[in-house]
Ligand binder design. Structure first.
Ligand code: GRF
Length: 209
């Protein structure tokens, strides 16, 4: 089975990207990371890509007068690759509807909570964990889902729970959730690249055979 072409979009340290790089390198993902694109020039994720000989591009959001020009650049850059799968790995910019339309069913995102809880506008990074702790929730976790037009609302692919401990801070909870994110994002990429994900409306069936 030929390897699928993967594009990974990042904004930060790239620990989720690193998990994907390591998994692709050991062959557990039937896919090849063709390009890593960051919307921020300082993202350490770009260095992680370069270290592994993966094309690393930055489309600096701040250098565009308006979002449309940024969206066009991103759309064109991705079109050069024609990825079979786009993974948002800690990516913080909103995708254009044109991009979502063109790659519908081929874009997955990792979110650091058990969606639909603690998702949507403004819920990213440590803000999520702060809200979880303030709510008194006893369980949090991570979610991988297909991306649709809204924020964190697409069909859920995988989830895994993480206990919220008494005395947890956003940092301590984030650390435990991040470890689960790394597991889920790799698992989801493996399943997608092995054609084992079947979207049935809002449900995603995992084909085990
Ligand atoms: C983390 O807060 C994670 O929850 C979210 O993006 C942030 C950075 O992740 N998905 P990474 O280390 O850049 O992959």
């Amino acid at each position: 089975m030929s390897k699928l072409k993967i594009a990974v979009l990042v904004s930060g340290s790239g620990s989720n990207l690193q998990a994907l790089i390591d998994a692709a390198a050991c062959g557990s993902i039937q896919g090849q990371i063709e390009i890593v694109i960051s919307d921020r020039p300082g993202a350490y994720a770009l260095q992680r890509a370069e270290k592994h000989g993966i094309t690393a591009a930055c489309i600096d959001k701040k250098s565009y007068e308006n979002k449309i020009d940024f969206d066009i650049q991103l759309f064109n850059r991705l079109n050069e690759v024609q990825p079979d799968l786009i993974i948002l790995a800690g990516y913080l910019s909103i995708l254009s509807s044109e991009l979502i339309e063109k790659y519908r069913g081929k874009i997955i995102n990792i979110h650091p909570s058990l969606l639909p809880a603690f998702g949507g506008k403004g819920f990213y990074g440590e803000k999520v964990h702060k809200a979880v702790i303030e709510s008194g929730a006893k369980v949090s976790g991570a979610t991988v889902h297909f991306v649709d037009e809204n924020t964190d609302t697409g069909p859920i692919i995988l989830q895994k729970a993480v206990v919220v401990l008494y005395g947890d801070t956003p940092e301590t909870l984030a650390k435990r959730v991040l470890a689960v994110e790394h597991y889920l994002i790799v698992k989801a990429a493996e399943l997608f690249c092995s054609n084992k994900l079947k979207q049935e409306g809002l449900n995603v069936r995992i084909l085990r055979e």
